[in-house]
Write a protein that binds this ligand. Structure first.
Ligand code: ADP
Ligand code: ZN
Ligand code: MG
Length: 482
């Protein structure tokens, strides 16, 4: 047996999510990204002595929404706590977090890996404020400075701690994918990893297959992309297995992943672990979530992916696979739904979105939100085809032109003279010409080989540059040839 197969990896994730509030968690400063350094700050988020925090109500509501989206129990009473440590970008000298009484506990999400569904427990979700940002600049000796930007200081975060329920990096990847999808649908975060709105620490251990006890875990901190997370976990599993196989032992420590080398390296050992000296935050009252408030927040929760998928199946009659694809992101689901509402044929709309549109966007490296074709216009295209004003073939010709110009399909159709010919007088003439020019096939048809009608219709389509209405042409042939 290969060494790796003897062992089973165990993974638990701690995920930090930036809540999408307009203002910070304990002051009124804006949370916007990209402002000049140290401009979105005030005495509270600068940690000046005597400044007092005031809890942002909408941050609490988003935390409640997060909890509901993750099937957690929302605690009616929870408390903020000081987590003390020194760091240059932490001007208060402590982070305001939650410790023994978090706002939410006992949740779960469902993941699917290789067609198998699995439940991953969510231990807890707690609120906290973010620190500032250290910017390490300069490469020459004379220019080695670290700058501190406190714009991010005091931004509301929610930390989601999973149970050690994952058994491989693919399950961790699937868990992160579901988390991101659910939180985006709930509208509590953009989950934009490039902006650091979603960050993850991975706890990894290995044990002999069949063993009851968990092995010693290592925490890999600050993973800022799904891909790096997967690479870091895989590297850690391999490292721990070879360590144990060669007679060594895993030590509990914090490690960092280096994307350049693809390896993890020790940051600090357990002996050097922080003693955070947690204690209840004296400047803030406890958070009380009444049943009425909880109901109110629950009532205005946006639809989550599972409900949305069910509605796509029931209301639009989509296939399971299509409903899955179209609910991958809220933007995509919204796009499809607007397009479908503007067309009489939801299934055809789904095909256009999933096939032509997503294919074209992917080729250009664009997201659905950057589509040059608005959902209303795509719905219009499907409508024109459904009503027979455009043939399917002409629809395919017009689509790239919509993509290039963003124009409505009707405008393009009229500009380029691409309307379908549904005037029976005009079609009559072309059909007669085709009958005259193809005596052999006409004979075959009359002698019972009716399949040859496909060829004859094809000749009419060709003669009309694809503009003849195929259903009408079929009708005409049947009427004329008996
Ligand atoms: P700590 O006290 O070191 O912070 P916790 O028990 O709070 O540890 O767990 C932190 C995270 O580590 C959780 O996501 C949890 O699921 C995960 N975890 C705990 N034990 C293990 C283990 N042996 N292997 C992998 N992950 C673990
Ligand atoms: Zn402030
Ligand atoms: Mg912990």
């Amino acid at each position: 047996m290969m060494p790796a197969a003897k062992y089973e990896p165990v993974i638990g994730l701690e995920v930090h999510v930036q809540l999408a509030t307009n203002t910070k968690i304990f002051c009124g400063c804006p949370t916007g990204f990209g402002a000049p350094p140290n401009t979105n700050v005030c005495p509270v988020c600068l940690g000046l002595p005597g400044a007092l925090p005031v809890l942002n109500r909408s941050a609490v509501e988003m935390a409640i929404e997060t909890a509901l989206a993750l099937n957690c129990r929302v605690n009616p009473f929870s408390r903020l706590a000081r987590k003390n440590y020194f760091y240059p970008d932490l001007p208060k000298g402590y982070q305001i977090s939650q410790y023994d009484q978090p706002i939410a506990e006992h949740g779960a999400v469902e993941i699917e890996v290789n067609g198998e569904r699995k439940r991953i427990g969510v231990t807890r979700a707690h609120m906290e404020d973010d620190a500032g940002k250290s910017i390490h600049d300069g490469f020459r000796d004379s220019d080695k400075y670290t700058y501190v930007d406190l714009n991010r200081s005091g931004t509301p975060l929610i930390e989601i701690v999973s149970e050690p329920d994952m058994r491989g990096s693919d399950e961790a990847y699937a868990y992160m994918t579901v988390l991101k999808q659910v939180l985006q649908f709930a509208g509590v975060s953009t989950c934009d990893m490039e902006k650091g709105h979603l960050r993850c620490d991975a706890n990894v251990s290995v044990r002999l297959r069949g063993a009851e006890k968990f092995g010693t875990k290592v925490e890999v901190k600050n993973l800022n992309s799904f891909r790096f997370m997967k690479l870091a976990i895989d590297y850690e599993i391999e490292r721990q297995v070879s360590l144990i196989e060669s007679g060594g032992a895993v030590v509990q420590e914090t490690r960092l992943f280096n994307p350049d080398s693809g390896e993890t390296a020790s940051m600090r050992s357990k002996e050097h672990a922080h003693d955070y000296r947690y204690f209840p935050e004296p400047d803030l009252v406890p958070i009380r979530v009444s049943a009425a408030w909880l109901d109110e927040v629950r009532a205005r929760m946006p639809e989550l992916p599972a409900e949305r998928k069910k509605r796509f199946l029931d209301l639009y009659g989509l296939r399971e696979y299509d409903a899955d694809v179209l609910t991958q992101s809220r933007d995509l689901a919204d796009y499809f739904e607007t397009a479908a509402k503007n067309s009489p044929d939801p299934k055809a709309t789904a095909n256009w979105v999933m096939g032509d549109l997503l294919g074209a966007l992917k080729a250009e490296g664009k997201e659905i939100g950057q589509s040059p074709i608005s959902p209303e216009r795509l719905g219009e295209l499907v409508t024109l085809i459904a009503k027979g004003e455009l043939s399917g073939k002409l629809g395919k010709d017009i689509f790239p032109k919509m993509l290039a110009t963003g124009d409505s399909p009707r405008v393009i159709m009229e500009r380029e003279g691409l309307q379908q010919i549904s005037d029976s007088g005009a079609l009559d003439k072309i059909v007669d010409d085709v009958i005259a020019a193809n005596a052999k096939q006409v004979e075959q048809y009359k002698s019972g080989k009716t399949a040859v009608i496909g060829f004859l219709v094809g000749q009419v389509m060709k003669a009309s540059r694809g503009q003849a209405n195929p259903a009408m042409v079929n009708e005409l042939f049947r009427a004329k040839l008996g």
